[in-house]
Unconditional design. Structure first.
Lengths: 212, 427
């Protein structure tokens, strides 16, 4: 995973469960994370994220690696991984689109975004496109209601969208293949995208008010 | 009306997230002042301020702190609940993005008051940007000696960990959060024992909302009586409202508690969009009852006034709907949310959420049976109060209140389905 992207959708992993090398860097990092907590078990969630970012989704090998690190049974780690929606139990596309479908986004046009994505990708939810680039799902409230409608792509929020701006956003991503992972260099998280990753939900009016 | 700026005073500074900028605007003065006081005095100060939990329940913060036994011999933990997932709510997110050191300073003050040497901020997983911001703030604070051993040369040790959730609404419930932080499924615990006595790893634990903790530096700086002077007698201080839906100016606004709800929609929210009429609003996140426009006159944004009107202040997630909104559709949308987010532990909630959703959907499609409205009422009564955590009560708030205020719209769908059935029989 040298170029730092979700690669699970690109075919080589497919449904495969090949052995994965986690490498000394990750071993050091996970040890440091575990040391932050009073008990090792508390580090299950961050360790799962680490394994997921490394492989793209949570394979059996990933579950076992986490279990070994926190000294819990793989069965317990799997029970945690399956409880939370942000852990992928199967591969997702290189860019996983999560459309917020809950009330505020729905009121402001989220259904149009979903319809556009379905139309453009011609795959069902949770299915990876043939080129491995995309997959999508509708998700519950992402806490971005003031900038509705919005979608999350990998770890980055794209807000105040319309069908048109979403279309050009997807074009741009397909062309430039930016790194939209949480662990990406912070300043460049979504940099240069049509919509800034940071919130516009506290708005300009309020800033003016405060400055006056 | 000019509102006080306690939490949002520095939101307009683009460098506010940096420690040096925060400190240049008198940041980290309150913790220095607090560390010179007896912890018990701080708890008294917070009690006197009348500060109430801003996550939704509105429980007095100082009273909650007072439940922690001082002589248990076990470590004490302070957890900052930033698992903000209530539909319509995005205030803690903005606090963490715009002023992360304010959130940290609040945690430091509470930790000292409670005698906690380890504290954690649990941020919902989708909030990657706020998580990055908080982690940077924590790293800066460690580098400066404001966290770790002997903070501010006071002899007090404090470690703070930024913990990322993974997409489970239920972890915003305090015992669900504790379970999750222990490395388990986030399924809530039976209370009592309350976390103050037996929380994280079986030790005394206080879970406070991010906005609650962020108010502490101001209270310590300015005193309890100054805080009490703002807002109403029973709802002192300011509150963040995150406004969304069919309005011209969605966003996060800090207002003095007791402010008129209709003025808030008109002034802060910029009125209903597209020149349309107001139909309804949900003032405190999706788990509080919906309010029709004609029942909003004279209602104020504070715990008591909203309760009297038949709804709740909740988290301050303020959702506005215009007169084109199909209320059965809106209700079905929220019921789907609750079905998806039920943790699956208690039968009334796990099964009931799904039943309610499928019945509302059936009605929405025009395929409802006349008995559905009665069954819905009956099922919700079986869920409310019969679950381990308040999720069961939350999931029935939309359907019960939508049915109460918009029964006509549900019945209209019913008529369509009856016509359709008669029509089908005639073919």
């Amino acid at each position: 995973m040298q170029n730092g992207q979700h690669q699970s959708g690109q075919g080589q992993n497919g449904q495969g469960q090949e052995a994965v090398e986690f490498g000394p860097e990750l071993e050091t990092k996970v040890a440091e994370i575990i040391s932050r907590y009073p008990k090792k078990k508390s580090a299950i969630m961050p360790a799962l994220y680490m394994a997921q970012e490394h492989i793209g989704w949570l394979t059996d090998a990933a579950i076992e690696w986490v279990a070994e690190k926190v000294e819990e049974s793989p069965a317990h780690v799997r029970s945690v991984a399956t409880f939370y929606t942000m852990y992928y139990k199967k591969p997702v596309g290189q860019y996983h689109l999560q459309i917020c479908r809950t009330l505020s986004c729905m009121l402001c046009g989220a259904r149009d975004l979903t319809a556009y994505i379905k139309d453009r990708l011609t795959v069902d939810a949770q299915v990876i496109t043939e080129d491995g680039l995309w997959s999508f799902e509708e998700v519950e409230c992402l806490g971005s209601c003031g900038s509705a409608p919005m979608i999350q792509i990998n770890d980055v929020f794209f807000e105040n969208l319309s069908v048109e701006s979403l279309g050009s956003l997807m074009d741009k991503i397909a062309k430039e293949k930016p790194d939209l992972r949480y662990s990406a260099k912070k300043e460049t998280l979504g940099e240069g995208m049509p919509e800034a990753p940071r919130s516009q939900a506290w708005n300009a009016e309020m800033v003016k008010f405060n400055k006056s | 009306m000019k509102h006080h700026r306690i939490l949002t005073a520095n939101f307009h500074h683009d460098d506010q997230h940096k420690l040096s900028a925060y400190e240049s605007r008198s940041g980290y003065q309150a913790i220095r002042k607090a560390l010179k006081q007896e912890p018990a005095n701080l708890t008294t100060e917070v009690k006197d301020s009348g500060l109430r939990g801003r996550g939704g329940a509105g429980f007095p913060t100082g009273v909650k702190w007072g439940f922690v036994p001082k002589d248990s011999g076990k470590p004490i933990y302070l957890l900052n609940n930033a698992d903000e997932s209530e539909p319509g709510t995005f205030k803690d997110r903005i606090l963490m993005e715009r002023d992360p050191h304010l959130c940290l300073e609040g945690m430091m003050i509470a930790s000292w008051a409670l005698g906690a040497n380890w504290s954690c901020i649990y941020i919902r997983g989708e909030f990657s940007y706020p998580t990055v911001r908080m982690q940077e703030a924590v790293d800066e604070a460690y580098a400066k000696g404001y966290l770790g051993k002997n903070i501010f040369d006071s002899g007090f040790d404090l470690d703070i960990v930024v913990h990322r959730g993974a997409g489970a609404y239920i972890c915003g419930e305090e015992t669900g959060l504790i379970e999750s932080l222990e490395g388990n499924k986030g399924q809530p615990r039976i209370k009592p024992p309350f976390p103050a006595v037996m929380g994280l790893y079986g030790c005394p634990t206080v879970v406070n909302n991010t906005e609650t903790l962020a108010a502490l530096p101001w209270i310590i700086d300015n005193g309890a009586s100054a805080y009490r002077a703002i807002g109403t007698e029973k709802s002192p201080g300011t509150k963040l409202f995150s406004a969304s839906g069919h309005i011209n100016k969605p966003g996060v606004y800090e207002v003095d508690l007791g402010y008129s709800l209709l003025e808030f929609i008109e002034n802060e929210c910029g009125g209903v969009w597209k020149g349309r009429e107001l139909k309804a609003c949900i003032p405190g996140g999706s788990s509080v009852p919906v309010m029709p426009a004609d029942k909003l006159k004279g209602v104020n944004l504070d715990y008591e006034s909203l309760a009297e009107a038949g709804t709740m202040l909740g988290s301050g997630g303020f959702i506005v709907m215009d007169d084109t909104t199909d209320m059965v559709d809106a209700c079905a949308n929220l019921q789907h949310f609750y079905t998806h987010e039920s943790c699956g532990q208690c039968t009334p909630c796990r099964e009931g959420a799904r039943w309610v959703e499928s019945m509302v959907n059936r009605l929405h499609r025009g395929q409802g049976a006349p008995s559905d409205l009665l069954v819905l009422q009956n099922v919700t009564e079986q869920i409310g109060g019969h679950t381990i955590c308040p999720f069961g009560d939350a999931l029935i708030a939309p359907i019960q209140s939508f049915l109460m205020h918009y029964r006509g719209e549900f019945e209209e769908k019913l008529d369509i389905s009856l016509d359709a059935q008669i029509g089908a029989n005639n073919v």
